[in-house]
Design a protein around this ligand. Structure first.
Ligand SMILES: Cc1cc2nc3c(=O)[nH]c(=O)nc-3n(C[C@H](O)[C@H](O)[C@H](O)COP(=O)(O)O)c2cc1C
Length: 233
């Protein structure tokens, strides 16, 4: 069972007291997106029903309201190899290890944005999500320019920010604008003795999904109107 904690600041509580999903319906006028209007979400946690997946599912609710297609892949529970720097991807145009990362590459190419979620493990994202991101970004040669990136971190302490930075670097190295929210995109979950998961900060992920939805639609319009900027090699 998942409950919102009520020990949030006054401002955060105000945001939670309103009905966020209803607000999203009233405040936005979702228009059917162009075919690329899809978001790929990666859960880097080994828990398919933990805090990170809860945060990502909260975003999916907003994307649904915004008519944005989504697909979530729980990579954190998979056995995924690290990049071995063989550089075979240069000739193969895909990773030498023909596993889920090559499937993700197709999905990522067809998406207008990607959300990467991870628990904080010793101030870093999980090892598996780092392996996925290293291989996904290194082995794919399609343009990621103007695809929207967002990361969500799940943990409890100040060291969350370094994990957050590590995930965001994949985006700004690749010409991908980063969606932001109303705080560092983090949630904090606590399991009580009865197994109930209390989770705070979900309003941040909802705001993140709203901002990301807007960016995806605005960038699609901008591309049609102005074209994307040229890139010097
Ligand atoms: C190996 C390990 C290291 C962790 N290190 C940190 C940490 O440095 N900071 C923190 O806030 N939480 C840390 N945690 C707690 C997890 O980030 C926290 O339990 C998270 O909510 C789990 O998310 P999930 O339910 O999606 O798996 C650690 C947990 C594990 C298993």
């Amino acid at each position: 069972m998942i409950k919102l904690m009520d020990d949030l600041s006054e401002q955060q509580n105000m945001m939670i007291e309103c009905d966020p999903l209803q607000d999203a319906v009233e405040n936005s006028k979702p228009e059917k997106c162009i075919s690329t209007c899809k978001v790929l979400l990666l859960n880097g946690s080994p828990h398919t029903n933990g805090c990170t997946s809860t945060a990502l599912n909260e975003m999916i609710k907003i994307f649904d309201l915004e008519n944005i297609e989504t697909e979530m892949i729980h990579v954190g529970s998979m056995d995924i190899k690290e990049c071995i720097a063989c550089d075979k991807c240069t000739e193969l145009n895909k990773c030498y290890f023909d596993d889920v990362v090559n499937e993700l590459a197709y999905k990522f190419e067809a998406s207008a944005g990607i959300v990467v979620g991870s628990p904080v493990y010793y101030a870093s994202p999980t090892g598996v999500i780092m392996s996925v991101m290293n291989r996904l970004f290194y082995s794919t040669h399609f343009s990621k320019q103007m695809k929207i990136g967002a990361s969500v971190i799940c943990g409890g302490r100040g060291d969350n920010t370094s994990a957050f930075d590590m995930l965001n670097k994949y985006f700004y190295i690749s010409g991908m604008p980063i969606a932001s929210a109303t705080y560092c995109n983090q949630v904090h979950g606590t399991y009580k003795d009865d197994g109930t998961l209390y989770i705070s900060g979900l309003h941040t992920t909802r705001n993140l999904a709203r901002n990301m939805s807007f960016m995806i639609k605005a960038f699609a319009n901008g591309r049609d109107k102005f074209g994307f900027p040229s890139i010097e090699k």
